[in-house]
Design a protein around this ligand. Structure first.
Ligand code: CAA
Length: 407
């Protein structure tokens, strides 16, 4: 049973924490207020090897495991959710699907450059009329000799305007539903491809969120990611990866809220004592503290399954649902502890509160996570395919050999 970190995981955690405090934290407020993407920081993250975290060494990666990746993601989110979004999208929504579904030529072309940040990627699934209903893709891909012609619009695409390469999900034959969908690796400087940032937004001010427009974009068939008809499967795989990193982002937000709230509570005086000495403050701090630890362990469990190469949609959805909902409460409580000063942009509580809000929306709303988990628990549709539903008893007692010892 997984309960403690090994030395390598601890070392990576320390490394990520130091980087976040030294390189990211001092710049957060400035770029957030300017609502500007921090290109220099992005370059530095690439140079440090962060973007190559879980990629194999063969493609320029660090080949760390998913628990260590969870901790890196958490550390970045602890200081800045906008930077965490950049990091997560690059790795979970772009590199990982290329690693799983890409041809060797595609892997060699893209992965080493994504690992260093020389290329930035984005993931184009959501459309104005295909959000939660991801299968309702209106973007079309029409065969034209050795090429496909793509037409359509994508929205709420993180990294959309700064990306060099986009994974675009499209429909080749609406009558085939999910089975007509296809994924392409599209270089964003291709004729007919354009992007427009969405602003102003409630939060994530220094993260790029954009609409994408595809007007007769011509892509070679060699740019197809996976096989014809694999588009929905590729998209769901991306989300199994992406939702994990958003869950880790939620843990980071909670840890950040705990840090600022406890510091403030032990400085601020009211009624002749530190406000942290009042039980009502202690209760709020206790809730943040419990949720942070519970959420972290849910991410570790999903990470452990990922390390074993076991299907983990269920555990990833659980982690995503719990950590992102709990992050809302943590940000609320942290702001409450700051009192009136929490309402001011002069203090960090307001930014945590704004930035936390998107966590229950992007990469699948909480309602979508509940839909997947509810159908799984009821046996209507097993989230993990044939291995599910799995109770903790089944897992620990080894009724499912593929999960024996995995808790
Ligand atoms: N892995 C592999 N296959 C999967 C899968 C998974 N996780 N989930 C479903 N599938 C398969 C199913 O087994 C099924 O296969 P068969 O046809 O062979 O039986 C097929 O995909 C269709 O599945 P469903 O019938 O369950 O599909 P559905 O249309 O009912 O939708 C859904 C299911 C869970 C609601 C899905 O549409 C969904 O996750 N929606 C939410 C979309 C989402 O999260 N969007 C966020 C976009 S990313 C973003 O936020 C942008 C950013 O930049 C941050």
């Amino acid at each position: 049973m997984f309960l403690e970190l090994n030395e390598e995981q601890r070392e990576i955690w320390r490394w990520a924490k130091e980087f976040a405090d030294r390189e990211i934290a001092p710049q957060v407020e400035e770029f957030d207020r300017k609502a500007t993407f921090n290109h220099d920081l992005c370059k530095k993250i690439g140079q440090q090897g962060f973007f190559g975290a879980i990629l194999p060494e063969k493609y320029g990666g660090q080949a760390i495991d998913y628990v260590a990746y969870a901790l890196m993601t958490e550390e970045i989110a602890r200081v800045c959710s906008s930077t965490r979004t950049l990091f997560s999208v690059q790795i979970s929504l772009v590199e990982m699907p290329i690693l799983k579904y890409g041809t060797e030529a595609q892997k060699e072309q893209y992965l080493p450059k994504l690992a260093t940040g020389e290329l930035i990627g984005c993931f184009g699934l959501t459309e104005p009329n295909a959000g939660s209903d991801a299968g309702n893709q209106q973007t079309t891909a029409v065969a034209d000799g050795d090429h496909y012609i793509l037409n359509g619009q994508k929205t709420w695409i993180s990294n959309g305007s700064i990306a060099d390469v986009a994974i675009i999900i499209a429909q080749t034959d609406k009558s085939k539903g999910h089975k007509g969908m296809v994924a392409f690796l599209v270089d964003t400087n291709t004729d007919g491809f354009s992007a427009r940032p969405i602003a102003p937004k409630l939060g994530l001010w220094s993260s790029d969120t954009s609409e994408l427009f595809l007007e007769n974009v011509k892509v070679h068939k060699d740019q197809m990611l996976g096989e014809m008809g694999d588009g929905f499967k590729v998209a769901m795989y991306c989300l199994d990866q992406g939702r994990f990193s958003v869950a880790c982002g939620g843990v980071g937000v909670m840890q950040g809220c705990l840090d600022i709230a406890t510091n403030y509570a032990m400085e601020r005086q009211a009624f002749d004592q530190k406000i942290g000495e009042f039980q009502q403050i202690q209760h709020m701090v206790a809730d943040i503290s419990c949720d942070t630890e519970a959420g972290r362990f849910l991410t570790f469990r999903a990470a452990h399954l990922k390390n074993k190469g076991v299907r983990n949609t269920r555990e990833t959805c659980m982690a995503k649902l719990f950590c992102t909902e709990a992050a809302q409460k943590a940000a609320y409580n942290a702001l409450q502890i700051f009192g009136g000063y929490g309402f001011s942009e002069e203090y960090p509580a307001a930014r945590y509160y704004r930035d936390a809000r998107v966590l229950t929306l992007y990469e699948g709303t909480s309602q979508i996570q509940r839909l997947i988990l509810g159908q799984d628990a009821l046996g209507i549709r097993p989230a993990n395919g044939k291995v599910s539903p799995t109770t903790t008893f089944d897992r620990l007692c080894g009724n499912y050999p593929e999960l024996a010892g995995v808790s």
